[in-house]
Design a protein around this ligand. Structure first.
Ligand SMILES: Nc1ncnc2c1ncn2[C@@H]1O[C@H](COP(=O)(O)OP(=O)(O)O)[C@@H](O)[C@H]1O
Ligand SMILES: [Mg+2]
Length: 365
């Protein structure tokens, strides 16, 4: 048996933990068809929490039910790429009057520019409607998934939303599944770029229960006939905090240690695996998240790291010597970047596990 853990972005884990029932409404929507609330779903959550994996799971369910799926990431030009995929789908569905029309409409292509010019937008919508009619006749529909919408160009997103709204008004079977960082997605929805998306089912993803991680680890290691005490399995599960990326990392390094030691996991090797997992989490998720932070953002974060738990805005302001409105400014920047999250009573905490320790270990800039 090979190492089943998958500590890399978007990779399907051996077991999807803590997500029971999360896709029920979406699945029900596929049954009901056009206009069902579950067909508009937005996943939000911190980096490494499992948004991309949920998009993949929604994709698989839709395919199982016979729906067509187009999956995109919201980098520039995604509308054009969706248009191209829709054309290809129509081609695969075979010839027919509607298909001939689609081919004619799409002949000029969609992916040439980063933003569709107005006449191509019209073509996009006509093509979409034609494709959806063909799918509707076959008793299914189309699901479009767009990942990382926090990075989306506002006007492209507005175009997509307006078109989908149009399809829904025409009772066409369309589903839309988005994923992005929580604060950035709220900003997007509040800015009015795509007002109709506010109706979407917003699912904020959180860490899995540590208990569930423990059971999963125990099951996986038993299956592999590794010798490890229940206490050590619990220790390893607790070290993940239920945070999906760490679940994969800790599992992965535990597996490697067991491989080296003829299937035996000792207290020492478990600690080594946890350390390796935390280091990798720091190098990948945390450094990527911090890459876009300005020196002032970092001052703010270091001021937060002085606390052992959630921070009060006033304290942060005092530590960095900034006025209230400036603190509020940085607070919203960091929220949108997915580095911090609000807790009760206007306090803030780190949104990524290990970020506090990572900052403490660094010398102040
Ligand atoms: N529910 C889950 N249970 C266990 N592992 C998960 C789960 N969701 C995601 N993972 C793992 O966590 C890591 C991050 O998942 P990903 O979907 O890329 O997160 P995000 O898109 O939110 O940054 C991947 O290694 C993935 O295999
Ligand atoms: Mg992702």
């Amino acid at each position: 048996m090979e190492n089943p853990f998958r500590p890399s972005a978007g990779a399907t884990p051996p077991e999807i933990l803590g997500r029971a029932g999360v896709l029920d409404e979406f699945e029900y929507g596929l049954r009901l068809g056009s206009g069902a609330p579950g067909l508009l779903t937005i996943f939000t959550g911190a980096r490494g929490i499992g948004k991309t994996v949920m998009i993949g799971a929604a994709h698989d369910i839709a395919r199982e039910k016979g729906w067509a799926v187009v999956s995109e990431t919201a980098t520039a030009g995604f509308m054009g790429r969706i248009g191209e995929s829709m054309r290809q789908l129509a081609e695969e569905l075979g010839a027919g009057p509607a298909n001939r029309r689609i081919t004619a409409i799409a002949a000029a292509g969609f992916s040439i520019t980063t933003q569709l010019p107005p006449e191509r937008q019209v073509a996009w919508r006509t093509l979409g409607a034609d494709l959806l009619r063909i799918l509707d006749e076959r008793g299914n529909g189309l699901v479009i998934t767009v990942d990382e919408i926090h990075a989306a160009d506002r006007s492209e997103l507005a175009q997509l939303a307006a078109s989908v709204q149009h399809f829904i008004q025409d009772r066409l079977p369309i589903g839309l599944v988005f994923a992005g960082l929580p604060a950035a997605v709220s900003d997007l929805l509040n800015e009015g770029v795509a007002t109709f998306l506010r109706r979407a089912d917003k699912i904020d993803l959180h860490a899995a229960a540590v208990r569930e991680v423990e059971e999963s680890f125990a099951g996986t290691f038993a299956e592999a006939a590794f010798a490890v005490s229940p206490d050590l399995v619990r220790r390893a599960a607790e070290a993940t905090g239920g945070y999906p990326f760490l679940i994969q990392l800790v599992g992965y390094f535990l597996w490697k240690e067991a491989e080296i030691n003829q299937g035996l996991l000792t207290a020492e090797t478990v600690e080594r695996a946890i350390e390796a997992a935390n280091r990798r989490n720091g190098r990948t998720v945390i450094e990527a998240a911090l890459a876009a932070a300005s020196p002032k953002d970092l001052d703010f974060l270091h001021a937060m790291a002085e606390d052992d738990g959630p921070s009060v805005a006033g304290d942060i302001g005092r530590r960095i010597g900034a006025r209230t409105n400036l603190v509020a400014n940085y607070r919203s920047r960091l929220l949108a970047a997915g580095l911090i999250e609000p807790t009760a009573h206007g306090m803030v905490d780190f949104a990524i596990p290990g970020l506090r320790q990572h900052l403490r270990a660094q010398s102040r800039p």
